[in-house]
Write a protein that binds this ligand. Structure first.
Ligand SMILES: [Zn+2]
Length: 501
């Protein structure tokens, strides 16, 4: 029988605000001493009163808008009863009946990444977003031997829970969804999205059913997934495991699973539990949340163009490949830097020239810019801090375009630009790097090379075409790498053919 997997994704995103969701404590807890970012509110002291963090609400709305959600104009907070030592109040302030954002969707490009190789082909898939609501994070428990330690630095950090409809149909789709979501929160600057540090945590729930069936199979949940890759691998593993069970006529048990990364298998964490009774009720210490139209409008204005839209535009307007467009938009700062180069390049130039320059800029960024940034340990997000300005890269591209310098020389110049921030023209002049395109001078060089290598000339004339490359190399060497390679090629061929006569 053929089976189909049905996956829904629940993701928690820690919002990167300065302070916590309902108090003024710092929300930046990474690397801090335990229990330093705490106060009576986030420690759940009796009588302490919470205050809503406006920035966190703003961040949540921005994500909601990016996910094409409707934004609730009037919501309220609810208490979710939760008796566990990592949340000292005994309840979590959350949103239940009326999430801040709901009924949205996200489009993602799904690629088959099972071979580990890039594929230009992709399928565009729409995944519906059921809801996104705000709540507060819990503290962190650490168990060592027979002792347990609790750190409340994280308790009360703003958390956005995003829930999809069960629209995901493969491990690759789950991967595509999650990486798109991660990219969105990073583009918006509302979260680091770092799964390794727990700033983004996801719990897929999944079930298998015979293809064509509309009923749902037995659902399992997978937890402890701390990378995009882990999500894809765990889902792929579970599909195989459950399919084997069903093939043998055995039942899938409803369990909560963990992912054992080292062994590459899922392990049962908990058997089926009876449904929790969270006894939600309206939070009496907080006013309802009203979102005014003017506020919403201001946030709509601030929405940046997201990665997928940029990729489509780069492919359409500049003729870039899917690979190039994806690389350039992987980080918003890189995409903006690239677009600044193109803006300089587009100045009163015809469309085909702009496309050629955009392609050149894309190549430069993905090779030399990324290479040097990596060598200097500069993260891609900090591209705006490199000494080379986008306009200077364009100058360099036009020096190659006008054949003032060749590509080899341009690479050397770029390294100097990267280290010093100097203009490429100034470097060309001060180091005498201008390309030699003087036909008379190059003709003389070619004649010298032919005289100095009679054996190779004979071999070439005898039909050994590959010797031609050697002779070009000799001519380039004679010009100290500054010779116009195209011109040398032509002159050398003319001279050699002349010898045949
Ligand atoms: Zn606090």
């Amino acid at each position: 029988m053929e089976y189909e997997v049905v996956i829904g994704m629940e993701t928690h995103v820690e919002l990167d605000t300065n302070s916590k969701m309902f108090c003024a404590c710092s929300a930046r807890f990474f690397g801090a001493e335990p229990n330093v970012n705490v106060c009576p509110v986030c420690l759940g002291m009796p009588g302490a009163l919470p205050v809503i963090n406006k920035r966190a609400v703003e961040f949540a709305i921005m994500v909601g808008l990016a996910l094409n959600c409707k934004i609730a104009r009037h919501t309220f907070w609810e208490r979710k009863s939760y008796w566990y030592p990592d949340l000292p109040k005994g309840y979590q302030i959350s949103q239940y009946q009326y999430p801040l954002a709901y009924d949205g969707w996200i489009e993602v490009d799904v690629r088959d990444l099972s071979t580990g190789n890039w594929t230009e082909e992709s399928t565009r898939k729409r995944i519906r977003i059921r809801r996104a609501h705000l709540e507060e994070d819990t503290g962190k428990l650490t168990h060592v031997g027979d002792k347990s330690y609790v750190d409340y630095n994280r308790s009360g950090v703003p958390l956005l829970e995003i829930v999809t409809e069960p629209d995901i149909r493969s491990a690759d789709e789950a991967y595509a969804y999650l990486s798109a979501l991660q990219q969105i929160v990073r583009y918006l600057g509302v979260s680091t999205g770092d799964m390794e540090k727990g700033a983004m945590r996801c719990e897929p729930n999944m079930s298998l059913r015979p293809r064509g069936s509309t009923d749902f199979g037995v659902k399992v949940e997978i937890k402890n997934l701390n990378s995009l890759r882990a999500v894809r691998d765990a889902i792929a593993y579970e599909i195989r495991r459950q399919m084997a069970l069903l093939e043998r006529g055995e039942a899938v048990r409803q369990v909560t699973l963990g992912w054992d990364e080292a062994r590459g298998v899922t392990v049962v964490q908990r058997e089926k539990e009876s449904a929790h009774d969270y006894r939600y009720f309206p939070e009496p210490d907080l006013p309802p949340l009203e979102v005014e139209e003017a506020w919403l409008d201001a946030l709509r204005q601030r929405a940046p163009e997201l990665a997928l839209a940029r990729q489509d535009r780069y492919r359409r307007d500049f003729g870039l490949s899917a690979y190039d467009a994806t690389q350039l938009t992987s980080d918003r700062a890189v995409a903006e830097w690239f677009e600044q180069v193109v803006t300089c390049a587009a100045d009163s130039a015809p469309a085909d020239i702009v496309r050629a320059r955009a392609k050149a800029a894309a190549n430069w960024i993905q090779t030399e810019v990324f290479r040097l940034m990596k060598a200097r340990s500069t993260p891609l997000a900090d591209i705006a801090t490199v000494k080379v300005q986008p306009g200077q890269l364009f100058q360099l591209i036009s020096l190659v375009e006008s054949q003032t310098i060749n590509t080899n020389t341009a690479r050397q110049i770029f390294e100097e630009m990267f280290d010093t921030g100097a203009d490429p023209r100034a470097i060309v002049e001060s180091r005498g790097l201008a390309q030699v395109s003087d036909e008379g001078a190059l003709r003389a060089v070619v004649a010298q090379v032919i005289d100095a290598h009679p054996d190779q000339v004979r071999q070439f004339l005898g039909g050994q075409e590959k010797v031609f490359g050697f002779l070009v190399g000799q001519a380039m060497k004679a010009t100290k790498g500054k010779g116009n390679a195209q011109l040398i090629n032509r002159l050398l061929r003319e001279a050699l053919e002349g010898r045949r006569a």
